[in-house]
Design a protein. Sequence first.
Length: 208
Amino acid sequence: MKILTVVGARPQFIKAAVVSRTIRKHHKEVIVHTGQHYDYNMSEVFFKELDIPKPDYNLGISGGTHGKMTGEMLIAIEEVLIKETPDAVLVYGDTNSTMAGALTAVKLHIPVIHVEAGNRLGTLNNPEEVNRIVTDHVAYLILCFTESAIYFLKKEGISENSFVVGDPMYDAFLYYSNKVKDSVPEKLIALDGSKIEMPAEFYYMTCH
């Protein structure tokens, strides 16, 4: 079976690091990098440090409006799909790359596998929400991380081919933690170069 995987953003690279390793034990995989994240620290470093197979195609598409970016991805991904004729297209998450890969595949009657499906915020003001909904509704195989995702899919009437499979981010954490075997906590440095003393208990937040 030939599976064409579409990635384009940092979280997708990390998920692909563990999923691609499993896919390639039993199937042929073609990786398409849309170029949505292109900076070295947002893209190439992950392929190097996580031993992700080098993309077979890098479309180099980034920047511009949502419409411009998604439109260019649709055109470029279609050309690759027609050339490669995969048995299925696998997409991750909720980026423009995700939706472009799913839409292109379904228009060509290629089954779509959506990993990290079913997440909902409940507002179309969020562009990723639009990508999630569209991708889930055209997907043939809907793979969720949590039971709550199945709940949302049931409300939308598309839970028939939905399954809770767990989070490959956690699989990546387990795999690379064991590989590095680093039991010494990293030293945290502030922007001015000074050492940060961490308390025994703290809250952790990421914001972007």
